[in-house]
Design a protein around this ligand. Structure first.
Ligand SMILES: Nc1ncnc2c1ncn2[C@@H]1O[C@H](COP(=O)(O)OP(=O)(O)OP(=O)(O)O)[C@@H](O)[C@H]1O
Length: 388
């Protein structure tokens, strides 16, 4: 009989309450992860819970402790609750990683051809077109629709995802938790996020330039796909650097089943370079699922619209990517310029959650729903049983 089963009625009530406490990085109940070591409730109704964390001072520690305290205190028959926090032994930590990741051995790369996760890379020809803002907005909107979402910020030279999602403050970027060789990504607004910007050690990302050559970039992306534990995701988004460089080619090789979203501005003169970035992805076997135009007409308070970047670029790119071999590539949406959308992004508080009626946010939410509805071509893939 387990400690849980042999406990008194109030102790069992505390265990039940603890089933609702989820590890904020793994998003699974701490009871299932072996993190609850002991539960006692004395005759006066005072509960005492001992929990074990993977490593001392892990970023999620305070939250787990306070959630545990609140859950225990809410259990029936309990009048007050205290929590003791300990650290797992190496053996306990090993059992923990096996529980999370499955039994050991050589870890395959996640999201390979047999994976049921949709992998969507977001690319653009030019920089500064709002690719990172849209990728972050789409990820948060998809998570808000109930999907399990991961996001890899592979934009080495211009990583901005941690800032947009509130994982970076005053030059300090949230760090992933490392449990032995397993890397747990921080979770922001329901999205598991990993960024090159989280691997700069003590360097201030505001003043640190990442100048890695191709092989180093390739290894980093490979490590993200192998050692970062994302769990069972419905969708993994990748924010790629603009253009057609080394990372785009590495991602194409590592994730040949990925789908591609192309972000461009309404400026027709920018179409060529956006089309080229999509063609590189196509050469590596990826499928372009659509184009999203960003920075479209800005509506003035009097209702008039200023087209700062002209118009027509999005549909031109979609048209140029559509042909007999690849079918019609749709223009999935046109996101207007919006000061609130930018301000919320700068503040790390995505507008798709905080200002969902903002015209840009509303369009990103609509595009996310459309992307989710596009589903994924499962032809030729084995449908393994996904365990949750
Ligand atoms: N629809 C929009 N309305 C207003 N501002 C926007 C919009 N989309 C993006 N921006 C702003 O434009 C700037 C550039 O956006 P972002 O960093 O997302 O571009 P990017 O294409 O990822 O750039 P790079 O790849 O060069 O890093 C940011 O300040 C962002 O807040």
């Amino acid at each position: 009989m387990t400690a849980r089963e042999s406990g008194s009625a109030p102790e069992r009530a505390v265990w039940d309450a603890l089933d609702r406490v989820r590890d904020p990085e793994i998003l699974q109940p701490i009871t299932q992860l072996g993190m609850v070591q002991d539960v006692r409730v004395d005759d006066a109704g005072h509960a005492h819970v001992s929990i074990l964390l993977t490593i001392a001072g892990c970023p999620a520690a305070r939250r787990i402790e306070s959630d545990t305290q609140a859950a225990a205190a809410s259990a029936s028959g309990v009048t007050s609750a205290a929590v003791t926090v300990g650290v797992m032994t190496p053996a306990q930590r090993h059992a923990f990683t096996e529980r999370v990741r499955g039994p050991g051995g050589v870890r395959p790369q996640q999201f390979g051809p047999d994976s049921l996760t949709r992998v969507i890379t977001v690319t653009s020809g030019k920089g500064g077109v709002g690719k990172s803002s849209l990728t972050a907005g789409l990820a948060v909107a998809l998570a808000a629709q109930g999907l399990s979402v991961g996001l890899i910020d592979a934009d080495v030279f211009g990583f901005s995802i941690p800032g947009i999602l509130g994982l970076s403050r005053d030059g300090t970027v949230a760090q992933p938790t490392r449990v032995d060789d397993m890397i747990l990504p921080p979770v922001a607004h329901g999205v598991k996020v990993i960024s090159i910007g989280m691997f700069l050690g003590d360097a201030d990302p505001r003043t640190t330039a990442v100048s890695w050559r191709g092989p180093m970039l390739h290894r980093t992306i490979e490590q993200f796909l192998r050692d970062v534990w994302f769990g069972d995701l419905d969708v993994l988004l990748l924010d790629l650097p603009p253009g057609t460089g080394d990372i785009a080619i590495s991602v194409g090789q590592l994730l040949p089943n990925a789908e591609v979203l192309v972000v461009t501005t309404p400026q027709e003169a920018a179409a060529d370079v956006a089309v080229r970035s999509a063609l590189v992805a196509r050469q590596t076997g990826q499928r372009v699922i659509g184009v999203v135009e960003n920075m479209a007409g800005l509506t003035q308070p009097d209702g008039t619209v200023i087209e700062v970047f002209g118009s027509g670029g999005g549909s031109l790119v979609a048209q140029r990517l559509s042909d007999e071999e690849h079918g019609t590539v749709p223009l999935l949406g046109s996101v207007p310029l919006s000061p609130a959308f930018r301000e919320r992004g700068d503040a790390g508080d995505p507008a798709v959650l905080s200002h969902p009626t903002d015209p840009a946010a509303a369009e990103v939410i609509r595009v996310a729903a459309e992307v989710a509805a596009l589903g994924r071509g499962l032809a030729g893939r084995s449908l393994g049983i996904a365990t949750r």
